[in-house]
Design a protein around this ligand. Structure first.
Ligand code: ASP
Length: 439
């Protein structure tokens, strides 16, 4: 059994968190390859080391003094070292970082040092070898990850070792330049390692006990999703439910390796298992609810629209020419509605309207702003009758007017459009209908 365990920033933010990590790693022999983020926030007011490093880079670039920031960052690590009471120093590494910055090191190099130093420290604390991610994770010159080369190198280097700590978030291109993933990218590193080593499981340790059925800022103490498929996760993540970096799914998914989201502060919790397929019945008809605000709609009406060949294509090409993406296109016999991110349309509003007017000569164009889209997602919906009906009645009970409804042909999700101001109430109503009343 082989597990890749990745610990996020809050799991590595202090000596106390380092101790929890050690206990978790020691609890199972299968946890031999560990990926760490840079130290994150210790409390709500704290600053992540990665953010300090970006500030450090800006200061170096402006030729301002880097002393204050460098000391502040070094103190973060020193606090952890002191709290653990180990004989270990990163002093030389900090001197090297200063030299590199003075020599014009890149922004990615600066940002990557958070993970680099933290992995060195974690390796020393666990008594594991440290392996620099620059040796494993390989990028193309355009900044995208070279998956094949990464898998080859990771396999070749790590297979020789019984255990190791690897920094997340970065790697190097063939010229040896440091390259990072986008923010939160240590999740991707863990996934790449799991895929390359054909691990049985990719554990992603964070500060929540898994994916929640709904946003806890809207629903009080929502239930945790115990099993979710990659597909369901994709639908929910797209709608803004984020615990995991989106690019972390692809490498493990291709190898059929499940991901388990777990809580470093509550290791006794099962967390959420993300799998390709499962016979496990979802606990509720729906797996999750997520949504996004600030959409707008363009409603186009034209008599006999249905028989006009190429009508939709022409409208969509106007949108495309303006570099805008369309979220949903519900249609009726003589109507077509486009749901678009409000901010995107705002920049091109008059050009888009003009374009539609000229290309398809509609009878009427109406705009509506401040709309929200809510996705109700679940593999259990496919075989259940009356799901859409229950969504409607939950919303009707709260006097919420539905602006749009769209059921994907996969029957995995129902999307409803409501007014921004009804967003929270709508999510609560749907949650109560499918989860609270089912308990
Ligand atoms: N430390 C990086 C960030 O803050 C990467 C990560 O934590 O995954 O985005």
């Amino acid at each position: 059994m082989l597990k890749i365990a990745k610990f996020g920033g809050s799991s590595c933010a202090s000596a106390e968190q380092f101790r929890k990590v050690r206990e978790i790693v020691a609890a199972e022999e299968s946890r031999r390859f560990i990926v760490v983020s840079a130290p994150g926030k210790r409390d709500a007011k704290d600053t992540k080391v990665t953010d300090l490093l970006y500030q450090l880079y800006e200061a170096a670039e402006q030729r301002d003094s880097v002393d204050r920031l460098l000391t502040r960052i070094e103190e973060r690590y020193q606090d952890i070292i002191g709290g653990l009471g180990i004989d270990f120093s990163l002093h030389e590494d900090f001197a090297e970082i200063r030299r590199q910055l003075e020599d014009g090191a890149s922004r990615d190099y600066a940002a990557s040092r958070g993970e680099y130093l933290n992995a060195k420290l974690m390796a020393a604390y666990l008594g594991f070898p440290f392996v620099d991610a620059a040796e494993l994770i390989t990028f193309h010159s355009d900044g995208s990850c070279d998956f094949e080369r990464t898998a080859e190198r990771t396999e070749a280097v790590l297979r020789e070792l019984d255990c190791a700590v690897v920094p997340g978030f970065y790697g190097a291109d063939s010229a040896g330049n440091t390259v990072t993933f986008s923010r939160g990218g240590s999740d991707v590193t863990g996934s790449l390692l799991a895929a390359a080593l054909h691990a049985d499981l990719y554990e992603n340790w964070t500060d929540v006990s898994g994916f929640l059925v709904a946003d806890p800022r809207i629903v009080k103490q929502p239930e945790v999703i115990d099993y979710i498929t990659y597909r369901e996760l994709r639908e929910l993540s797209y709608m803004g439910a984020g615990v995991l970096h989106e690019d972390a799914i692809f490498p493990v998914r291709r190898e059929g390796i499940p991901i388990q989201i777990r809580n470093t502060n509550r290791p006794e919790d099962h967390g959420t298992m993300i799998v390709a397929n499962t016979l496990k019945k979802p606990r509720f008809v729906i797996t999750g609810i997520a949504g996004k605000k600030n959409f707008c709609s363009i409603n186009i009406e034209k008599a006999m629209m249905n028989s006009e060949i190429g009508f939709i294509r022409k409208v969509l090409s106007v949108i495309e020419e303006n570099g805008i993406s369309v979220e949903h296109t519900p249609s009726g016999i003589d109507t077509l509605t486009l749901f678009i991110h409000q901010e995107e349309l705002e920049h091109h509003e008059q050009k888009v309207l003009q374009g539609i007017q000229r290309t398809v000569n509609p009878d009427l164009i109406e705009l509506e702003a401040d709309l929200a889209l809510i996705a109700v997602v679940g593999r259990g919906m496919k075989s259940a009758r009356g799901v859409a009906g229950r969504v409607f009645s939950a919303l009707a009970h709260e006097y919420i007017n539905i602006k749009m409804i769209d059921q994907g042909s996969s029957e995995y999700n129902i999307i409803v459009g409501v007014r921004n101001e009804d967003f929270d109430a709508a999510i609560k109503a749907i949650y109560n209908m499918f989860v609270l009343s089912a308990k």
